[in-house]
Design a protein around this ligand. Structure first.
Ligand SMILES: CC(C)(COP(=O)(O)OP(=O)(O)OC[C@H]1O[C@@H](n2cnc3c(N)ncnc32)[C@H](O)[C@@H]1OP(=O)(O)O)[C@@H](O)C(=O)NCCC(=O)NCCS
Length: 270
């Protein structure tokens, strides 16, 4: 089935317009494996992300980009670690890395290479935790100091892309029952997407500390209310995760709905 939705095509279509900020200064690094990012970074449209920032109550930096990335933005070590992949994947990866560097700049970090580790998570500077997500029309990253945060996870999805045929795979029986009780198809779709996205955000957050793979049915999500375009959710994980503190069986996070997207964030503070 063909699905259609509209994405912001220009700054004028953008509900956040007027909040565009310049790329922070100091995006230069010299030494082996680096390149002069200022010259290779025509991504002036990367900006502080109000949307991602609103997912968190805390002092972290968030950046976003709503167009196509460019392979030119990658540092040598990042490009080589990515290996042989499609052009689309390179552009997506580059947009995420550029957002991450922008956010790191806001925290006062100079531009560093963020090659992927063998398990695919980014290799952040030792005093930083962060998370990257990308989907059609949107890439974003959040970063925080390890002084304030143990881990952070974000996820963005195009709501209609979380189609009913995957619901039984990604949602628990209880979550599916709650969906069935929602009469409005658009609200049902939105609820499913938030649930799915919350699990992905939680997965990234917990993985930072546990390096543990989780099944979608290991995590149950409860959303406070879907009446508003933003709100909170709780997560329960049926797998013991002692690395997260053991005595904390319920985690919470926040969601946002904006245009075609749903955004979720989960943070573990110190
Ligand atoms: C890692 C995963 C969560 C990525 O989610 P996605 O919706 O496909 O893609 P997103 O764009 O949102 O996120 C991808 C980014 O997450 C980051 N990432 C990848 N693996 C990660 C991990 N193990 N931990 C933390 N972050 C990770 C990377 O930065 C990646 O982007 P990059 O490769 O361009 O650097 C997902 O593909 C996955 O492997 N899931 C594992 C199983 C699972 O989801 N279990 C159920 C959840 S409870």
């Amino acid at each position: 089935m063909t699905r259609s939705f509209s994405l912001p095509r220009s700054r004028d279509d953008d509900p956040d317009r007027g909040r565009w900020l310049p790329v922070p200064e100091g995006h230069r690094q010299s030494g082996p494996g680096s390149l002069e990012i200022d010259d290779a970074m025509p991504c002036r449209l990367i900006r502080r992300s109000e949307t991602l920032h609103r997912l968190f109550d805390s002092e972290l930096a968030a950046s976003e980009y709503r167009a196509t990335g460019s392979a030119d933005w990658l540092l040598r070590s990042e490009r080589s670690a990515l290996g042989v992949v499609s052009g689309k994947r390179i552009r997506e990866f580059a947009a995420g890395r550029a957002c991450a560097r922008h956010a790191l700049g806001s925290l006062g970090h100079s531009a560093v290479a963020l090659p992927p580790l063998p398990d695919r998570r980014p290799c952040w500077p030792s005093d930083v935790v962060g998370s990257i997500s990308h989907t059609r029309g949107f890439s974003g990253a959040v970063v925080a100091s390890t002084r304030t945060h143990r881990a952070v996870g974000i996820d963005v999805e195009v709501a209609v892309a979380v189609t009913p045929d995957v619901w039984s795979y990604v949602l628990t029986t209880k979550e599916q029952e709650r969906l069935e009780a929602v009469a409005d198809p658009a609200a049902r779709q939105s609820l499913a997407a938030i649930c799915f996205s919350a699990k992905e955000a939680f997965y990234k957050c917990q993985y930072t500390l546990t390096q543990r793979w989780l099944d979608f049915h290991d995590v149950a999500v409860e959303i406070d209310t879907l009446q508003r375009d933003e709100g909170a959710f709780q997560l329960r994980c049926s797998v013991e995760l002692p690395e997260l503190g053991g005595t904390m069986p319920i985690w919470s996070g926040r969601y946002q709905r904006l245009g075609p997207w749903v955004f979720t964030g989960v943070a573990l503070r110190r």
